[in-house]
Design a protein around this ligand. Sequence first.
Ligand SMILES: [Zn+2]
Length: 831
Amino acid sequence: MSMLFASTFSDGQYRQPGASEIKLKLKKLNFLGSVLYVAAHPDDENTRAITYLANGRLAATAYLSMTRGDGGQNLIGPEIGELLGVIRTQELLAARRIDGGQQFFTRAIDFGFSKNYQETLEIWGKEEILSDVVQIIRQFKPDVILTRFPPDERAGHGHHTSSAILAQEAFDTSNDPKAFPEQVKTFGLWQVSALYTNTGRWWNQTINESTPGIIAMNVGTYNPLLGESYSEIAAASRTSHKSQGFGSSGSRGDAQEFFEFIKGDKADKEIFEKINTTWTRVKGSEIVQQLVSKVISEFNEENPAHSVPTLLELRRQINLLENSVWKTRKLKEVDQVIIDCIGLYMEVKATNFMVTPGQQVTLSFEVINRSATAISLNKIASKQLSLDSTLSLSLTNNSSHIFRSTKSLNSDAAYSSPYWLKDSHPIGLFTVQDKSLIGKPENDAAMNAEAEFSVQGEKLVIATPIIYKWTDPVRGELMRPVEIVPPVFVNFPERVVVFKDQSPKSISVLVKSASQKKISGNLTLDLPAGWKSEPTTIAFELSKLNEEKTLTFNVVGGKAEVDGIIRAVAEVEGKTYSNSLQQITYDHIPVQTLLPEAKVRALRININKVGSVIGYIKGAGDEIPASLRNLGYEVWEMKNEEVTEANLQRVNAVVLGIRTINTNERIGFIMPTLLKYVERGGTLVVQYNTNNDFEMDKDKIAPYPITLSRDRVTEENSEVRILKPDHPALNYPNKITAKDFDGWVQERGLYFPSAWSNKYDALLSMNDKGEPARNGSLLVGKYGEGHYVYTGLSFFRELPDGVPGAYKLFANLVSLSKQKSLSNEKIKVKK
Ligand SMILES: [Zn+2]
């Protein structure tokens, strides 16, 4: 796998490039052209084009994704919404480390599927996002913009269309001093030379190399210095999108991508044809050009350090040039390639991955020079630790230096948490107070170390994130970023608690220490008006780092129905703390740490249920079990082998997790047992499945014919018309009215059936603006003595979010059988 142009120390994970990769980096010093690829979501980008441009054309190449993909489905775990956006952000960064691109984002939120650009731009806030795109263009200063989509309905998704519209408008305005004038002082103005659309896709499949006006780009060429074709590298890059299941196999041989001219200075054959991509575009660069040619021609793969004197001279000469984007960019590249040629390794580790403000931190430095070049280490520094030490350490060839330094973290250091999630925000636009952060894919490292070297008399500074490293017996050496956190975390185990009446309910809070010292404090719940907790305050003591305790309150809700919030606040030494700790851990991305406010949505709703035990069969992952427990059910999360006729006699209903029929390889063998259970009086609630990738025969998923489709209703406020007001599912044990569809989030539902047997009752009708009525969101069929329910309603989003009406309706669905023919025997539910 190639990681050619990933900056060596950028993520703290050092990888020394081999001589052939260094050679390619030297050649890149000779190319001064840049491309910004623009689309809407993680995965929209054409990784083959990005890989080819970055590694084959050697252009400065970046992908601007409008959103972080917050609104999609997660194929590898339970995270949805903002947490999924955090995962997809990291997947894009992982992809860019492989294909050599840079990554940018606007503040736009992926709020779910949008059928047209008018809706998208209204929800995002068109001027805000245009301002972000213009700022990123003024900062990155691309010669060429490539859009993934056309600016009209052919793009299919409102976000896609909008990304192309915004790219075109930004092309027209980024050089206008009157447009977003507050940015101009920092970033200057910029005129992009040309804009093309990446075509030859579903809206235009007839294009080939000889189509007039179309530029073809062979992205399948082979790079002997890397030992791979660009399509092979691109496949590895694309496979980073694991939460979307986009694993991809490399292909070999010529492969064309097509680009249609839209605006600017039109090229005929090659997108850089009208752009000066040599050093002559930079005034006074004649000597620089000579030195670049010299360093390339004199490169010695057996001894890369031989290039260092020329590279140092090159650096001096570039420094003399007038300021420009190319001066900044090439200086950075030269610094990196000097480090690569020397084989200079530096790593700075902390002894723990969490540090609290004011705490002492011991850093371990490892530095080694792996060449004959004369180097000394003169200074180490860290702003966050007020470390600034002068030394004079001579680094001789291949002799390793390891030393430690202990300092206190500044007491006013800010806590770590993704910058775009720090403040509350409307549904379409993240709130970012500090405008200089706009465009950045992620936070800067919480703690950095800088080292100042002298290389043959020239000063060279390397900044590196401070990391935590350990060795896993199976996976080997692992690392994670060091985060700045409060001394104590308070975590609720649930996101929602439902109070069905005024009987007390126990609410637990986990307190966990992140402090090296013993801490003692008091924990209090901040409750909705009129609610009470017993006791009011609980004292706690945590004697060491990572120690945790669960503290339990008995909470009594008020008489009236309330949709409220319960917060947990810990008081320690006169200071209050209310951050929870949320970590996202997957093998393919660095551990992500979020510190959201500790709160739980508290619903006091008059809600009834029937039955006591629900069986649940996991699909792609959702939080339905926790939601059912909230209603007072015991939930048996059944393994495939536990789905037997005997066991099913012990549950009042069975719920299939989302996409079970798409993801459970054995569902075809279990379904007959489930249908027999229904026939004998049980209830089976099947949540949405996509209409391809079935793990069983399509016509056997239900007792009567049902045809799934891609129909969806994305407007979460769209009117819901009740078609069968007298149906038991809408009346028992809770009366469902139109009001119960208030406050839904993101969407109504997805992948609704488009056709079904008349043995089913379609209970609800709904549609997005301008579309025909969709009546397949909730189908209930009586089969034998029981009920089969198929629903594309987004319960998997609404229940974890605490939407009261969704709880009432779901309670009715699992209560359909009223225990008539089922055993009342109370069973011990296995975990
Ligand atoms: Zn997309």
